[in-house]
Design a protein around this ligand. Structure first.
Ligand code: 13P
Length: 251
């Protein structure tokens, strides 16, 4: 059975003391609760080791928001998958639309990052999603298919089983505009069929597919109630315990 996951993506927010306080606050809020989903928080690189040490990592998984496309060496400023794994983090968010758009990450770069993440024992949370013009032109199914195919179709079935997909329509990110539960269900089911066409029905059925884009306490319940929506990747609402906790409890 696939896992339900609620993952926070803090993006470039919080200083180290603020991030540690947020992580500890969440850890405390979840203490003694029996949850119907796994919880992950995606922090800046600088916070990973501190956050991993401050929370119960059996209850809260820790994610980086990116990793280098090279193993190691003379790549000033880069952070490798091995370095991330050595902090105690277990996940890495890859292919976020902000990285594709602002840092020009290509399908080929992302393919290299996925391979390095997997080789170092990290679970990639791989983001796909269309921009508004693509949705309006009815191209969203083709766009997400292409993104999945280009970076994730050359893996072994074992490696693919460790991937989490996050469908994040770019027009819904940080805009307060959410995909409807119907829109999310429709495209999640489509992504699952695409996965099945390459890796088979059993692996597709076991793949966790998250929705991301202005998910909050008000819309989370409706979204995760859909059969192919296995949780969420949350930006803004992951920056406070009061806003994040009700999403974690939406299942
Ligand atoms: P918001 O929840 O702020 O829209 O961000 C979504 C997102 O990009 C998560 O990765």
């Amino acid at each position: 059975m696939r896992k339900n996951i609620i993952a926070g993506n803090w993006k470039m927010n919080t200083t180290l003391p603020e991030g540690l306080a947020l992580a500890k606050g969440l850890n405390k809020a979840l203490e003694g609760k029996s949850l119907k989903c796994d919880v992950v928080i995606g922090t800046p690189f600088t916070h990973l080791a501190g956050v991993a040490a401050a929370v119960d990592t059996a209850r809260i998984g820790v994610a980086a928001q990116n990793c280098a496309d090279r193993d190691k060496g003379a790549y000033t400023g880069e952070v490798s998958a091995a370095m991330i794994a050595s902090t105690g983090a277990g996940y890495v968010i890859l292919g976020h639309s902000e990285r594709r758009q602002y840092y020009h990450e290509t399908a080929a770069t992302l393919k290299a990052k996925v391979a390095l993440a997997l080789a170092n024992g990290l679970k990639p949370i791989f983001c796909v999603g269309e921009v508004l013009e693509e949705r309006e032109a009815g191209k969203h199914f083709d766009i997400v298919d292409q993104q999945v195919r280009d970076s994730l179709f050359d893996l072994t079935p074992e490696d693919f089983s460790r991937i989490v997909i996050a469908y994040e329509p770019v027009w819904a990110i940080g805009t307060g505009k959410t995909a409807t539960a119907d829109q999310a269900q429709e495209i999640h089911a489509h992504i699952r069929r695409t996965i099945a066409s390459r890796y088979g029905e059993a692996i597709a059925a076991d793949t966790t597919i998250l929705y991301g884009g202005s998910m909050n306490a008000d819309n989370a319940r409706d979204l995760v109630a859909r059969p192919d929506v296995d949780g969420g990747l949350i930006g803004g609402a992951s920056l406070s315990v009061e806003k994040f906790l009700p999403i974690v409890e939406a299942f």
